[in-house]
Design a protein around this ligand. Structure first.
Ligand SMILES: C[S@@+](CC[C@H](N)C(=O)[O-])C[C@H]1O[C@@H](n2cnc3c(N)ncnc32)[C@H](O)[C@@H]1O
Length: 414
């Protein structure tokens, strides 16, 4: 089937239309004329794979990664940096516009590197081969290099096959000193890891949640803050943009007194936020243990952390807090949590999000009670359609009429 790609969808896929049916084509871009192979068909849409690019879009640029056309690891390497940034800006502004949220985001904070910025990779191992899954399938694309991750991760990645794992999953994480944590899940017996510890800076090797070598954590440093990060605790994948995020959090909490940090992870934003008192909530037990150590490492006082699902601590959301930080996973914030925030009239919300779709869904729920003061986009994930957002919301003072409104009413009645 031959198609002309009209525009991008929210996931960075090319869109075409055939007989009123919408067709999604990963890796295709507006202006491409392509032939495609059907992969999945539903009532209203089709998902296809590029077979041949008959006429490339003017926006296309050469891709440096040999795996790009098949690999599901990234999706926007085929356009220029400025087009990638524009895609992200347009995506967020269109979502805001469609949901009648009156704000236009003007700019996006750029990353310092186009490639090799990520400090973490997770790959599948199938029949002894390591790689990402193909787009739209569970077929492995074996790789021995990924342009998204740091050189140190790539160097050790080439040697993981020495462990002789046939099937499973490997995650490699890297810190500011280029120390590596290797985390494996497999039913296979792993071979000797001596080569890895003799040739790389290995902080730890963890197999099926058991630490076989070194530590089950590493120490990460961002700006002047130091964090213990357990092997299964969340940490931002882009240290440069994470540093920028910290600066914004510090600025936007400059007048905050009592702060609630839901989804606090290892306590990063809790520690960076200005406060007289702060309460952090996080669901992963190891992350909360890290957070309690991290507040001491960073000499921070008056912080408590609770290990819980946020929706089980709704009663902790009270008017005692003037600021709430929300940094949820991709699924966004639970509706009950948002309703409670509105009910108790918390003055300021700082919402950090890695998924504009759930972010805008949640902002729609808040829009009658909160006004957007600032909306920043940060290019945390170059070469992918993903983007990080930081939104600052202030409560609207519905009861009070502004002086200008009174003058307006008086003028109209005279
Ligand atoms: C995007 S991360 C943010 C972590 C932290 N703010 C940071 O910047 O490092 C989201 C965090 O929410 C936690 N989480 C996910 N679902 C949760 C829930 N229902 N209740 C509490 N925490 C949750 C995850 O374990 C993860 O640590």
């Amino acid at each position: 089937m031959k198609l002309e790609i009209i525009k991008f969808d929210n996931l960075g896929r090319g869109i075409a239309y055939v007989d009123d049916k919408i067709v999604f084509v990963p890796k295709a871009i507006p202006g491409d004329i392509v032939t495609v192979v059907r992969k999945r068909e539903k009532k209203n849409f089709l998902e296809c794979e590029i077979k041949e690019i008959i006429k490339p879009s003017k926006l296309r640029k050469e891709v440096i990664c040999p795996y790009f056309s098949l690999c599901g690891g990234c999706d926007l390497m085929q356009i220029s940096t400025s087009e990638k940034l524009e895609f992200k800006l347009n995506l967020v502004n269109e979502l805001l516009h469609k949901n009648k949220i009156d704000f236009v985001v003007k700019d996006i904070i750029k990353n310092n590197k186009e490639y090799n910025y990520r400090n973490k990779i997770t790959l599948k191992i199938v029949d002894g081969l390591i790689g990402y899954y193909e787009n739209l399938s569970h077929k492995l694309v074996p790789i021995d290099y990924c342009y998204l991750v740091t050189d140190e991760i790539n160097n050790v990645l080439k040697e993981i096959k020495r462990l002789n794992i046939q099937n499973g999953e490997v995650t490699i994480r890297c810190n500011y000193k280029n120390e590596l944590l290797i985390i494996i899940n497999t039913l296979d017996k792993i071979a000797s890891y001596d080569y890895l510890i003799d040739n790389f800076l290995i902080a730890g090797i963890i197999v099926n949640d058991e630490c076989l070598y070194g530590d089950d954590y590493f120490i990460e440093k961002i700006n002047d803050y130091v964090f213990k990060v357990s092997y299964n605790s969340f940490f931002q994948v882009n240290p440069f943009i994470c540093g920028k995020l910290f600066n914004y959090i510090s600025n936007y909490t400059s007048d905050s007194k009592n702060v609630l940090d839901l989804y606090c992870g290892v306590g990063t934003l809790s520690i960076v936020a200005n406060h007289d008192y702060l309460l952090g909530v996080e669901i992963v037990d190891n992350a909360i243990k890290d957070a309690n150590l991290n507040k001491n490492f960073n000499l921070k006082k008056n912080i408590d952390f609770i290990c819980s699902d946020t929706k089980n601590v709704i009663d902790k959301i009270t008017s005692k807090f003037d600021t709430i930080i929300l940094d949820p996973p991709r699924s966004g914030v639970d509706e009950k949590v948002l309703n409670k925030i509105k009910e108790v009239n918390i003055k300021k919300i700082i919402y950090v999000s890695c998924n504009p779709l759930t972010l805008v869904r949640d902002l729609t729920l808040l829009k009658n009670n909160y006004r957007i003061e600032d909306f920043m986009l940060l290019d945390m994930f170059p070469n992918t359609h993903h983007v990080e957002s930081l939104v600052v919301l202030n409560i609207m003072n519905k009861g009070k009429i502004k002086k200008e409104q009174i003058i307006d009413i008086v003028n109209k009645t005279i």
